[in-house]
Design a protein around this ligand. Structure first.
Ligand code: FES
Length: 319
């Protein structure tokens, strides 16, 4: 993972829908920014200790600007509110270089993109990329209402507009997402991509599994996950220093380690980004993240310490 930091400036800021701000970030001197792939995100450094990930939602062929869409979340732990309040036009901010944890499959014959609410953001970049590749796709945008939804005008005016369908909760039943019909039977090389609130994603993923899609043809990006810290306490040993700490119920491993002076790099604190990944030398993790794949979780040799716990009484970590 690259730690390279870019200084960028907010060139343009638009309010779109209710509570969504769309930001165009560019190099202060107008130089091109590092190229990005559809599905990539950047970390935005909003304040010391406040780093949040947002998907890039512009056209990946345009590298003068990184475009982000950020929903002001009433349950925000500070990130989206800081974006809305601080990132005004002309404001400089530090970001990471783009990283892609949600790439398009290179061998797809057809792609079904499904975005719920602000989960539309990576799908917009994917639509531009698939259009540029001349690859077959459809984009389904689900939202509570048209008035709350961002990017509608852009999607209606894009060259790929015929591939876009919108589905709003407060409009006629006929336009609502008929997921079994959209997914159909999984043909060869058909890939499904979903991003949105976790309940929406669980619904799409379970329907795709029911329809017969293989796990590696269902691509997902979570942007909001509730961390569940319930469960009995356990011991964590930091092998390099030999320090041992008890993790109480309701406490994260991260918090317990901080209590004995062991600092781990973090970002999302929700098991989404992978920043706090540590190697496990002994013991059995209780994985509660959405970052590791099922196979990686089954291997039990890595753990995300911001959210996961232990099934065994003791975990020894390579830290
Ligand atoms: S800090 Fe993001 S997964 Fe732990």
């Amino acid at each position: 993972m690259s730690d390279q930091i870019l200084k960028v400036v907010v060139r343009k800021r638009q309010e779109q829908g209710e509570d969504v701000v769309v930001l165009d970030l560019s190099d202060p001197a107008g130089k091109p920014l590092p190229a990005f792939e559809a599905g990539a995100h950047v970390d935005i450094h909003l304040a010391p200790g406040l780093v949040r990930q947002y998907s890039l939602c512009g056209d990946p062929a345009q590298n003068e600007v990184y475009r982000l869409g950020v929903l002001k979340d009433p349950a925000s732990r500070g990130g989206s509110i800081a974006v809305h309040e601080q990132l005004l036009e002309g404001q400089e901010v530090e970001i990471s270089v783009p990283r892609n944890l949600f790439p398009l499959a290179s061998d797809a014959r057809r792609s079904i993109l499904i975005g719920g609410g602000i989960g539309i953001t990576p799908m917009v970049a994917m639509a531009y990329a698939l259009q540029a590749r001349d690859s077959q796709f459809e984009l389904h945008y689900c939202g509570r209402s048209r008035s709350r939804s961002a990017f509608l005008e852009e999607l209606q005016n894009a060259a790929f507009a015929p591939c876009v369908s919108t589905h709003f909760d407060d409009e006629a039943d006929e336009q609502k997402l008929n997921l079994p019909a959209v997914l159909g039977k999984p043909g060869e090389g058909v890939h499904v991509y979903v991003c949105g609130p976790s309940g929406f994603m669980d619904w799409v993923i379970s329907e795709a599994v029911k329809a017969g899609y293989a796990d590696d043809h269902i691509h997902r990006e979570y942007f909001q996950v509730e961390v569940d810290n319930s469960g009995a306490g356990f011991e964590v040993v930091a092998a390099r220093s030999g320090k041992s700490v008890q993790v109480a119920e309701g406490q994260t491993i991260l918090e317990a380690l901080a209590g004995v002076g062991i600092k781990i790099d973090i970002s999302c604190e929700q098991g989404v980004c992978g920043t706090c990944l540590c190697d496990v030398l002994e013991g059995e993790p209780d994985h509660r993240d959405v970052y590791l794949t099922d196979d990686e979780k089954a291997a039990n040799d890595q753990i995300l310490v911001c959210c996961s716990r232990a099934k065994s009484n003791k975990l020894v970590l390579d830290i």
